[in-house]
Design a protein around this ligand. Sequence first.
Ligand code: ATP
Ligand code: MG
Length: 202
Amino acid sequence: MADSTERNARHKRAMQRKKEHIDGRIAEATIDKGLLVILTGNGKGKSSSAFGMLARSVGHGLKCGVVQFIKGKWDCGEQKLFQDNPLVDFYVMATGFTWETQDREADIAAAQATWKHATELLSDPAIDVVVLDELTYMLTYGYLDKEMVLQALESRPPSQHVIVTGRNASKELIEIADTVSEVGETKHAFYDGVKVQKGIDY
Ligand code: ATP
Ligand code: MG
């Protein structure tokens, strides 16, 4: 009994110190600005995190734009959910993965046409949140000019949030970002022969 009283008191003191520390850090964070969030790495969870933030944003009534690079062949749940939502301008690049099209010229043309939609969103101050899903591949394959993309991201309206997903985000992209998460792969069911699952993968 005495033991647990002492333990509870120690816990309370530790939590009080923690609260003071956290409250101090919260009070120091006073800046309000549009963020560039990068979700990269080899693990699963990049696009689903981006669409989680989109759901939050729509929940708050924010105006959003989505441009999905690469995908478009699958019957994505996020597209079904958001494409008819008046708060979301949803654009999907019409080609599949580059290893499916196997046509570099067609991929480049599709990437550039898709990028035009992204630049429209990135120059519109009425758009609060922009998701550029799988954008990094357009840069690693050299389908879009790196400088052009960096410039468009940096000159966007100051209060606009942008979320970029895709593996191998470049050093330059990471440098200009505010928040970067690298999703690591610990396990993936695919390697156990499990096919893509509705709701979890698409
Ligand atoms: P999600 O859309 O599920 O958040 P992601 O955006 O992190 O995934 P992508 O590289 O875009 O990952 O891959 C999309 C699809 O490939 C999803 O069906 C996902 O489950 C699957 N996938 C993701 N990571 C891996 C992996 N490491 N190995 C095999 N398949 C993967
Ligand atoms: Mg993805």
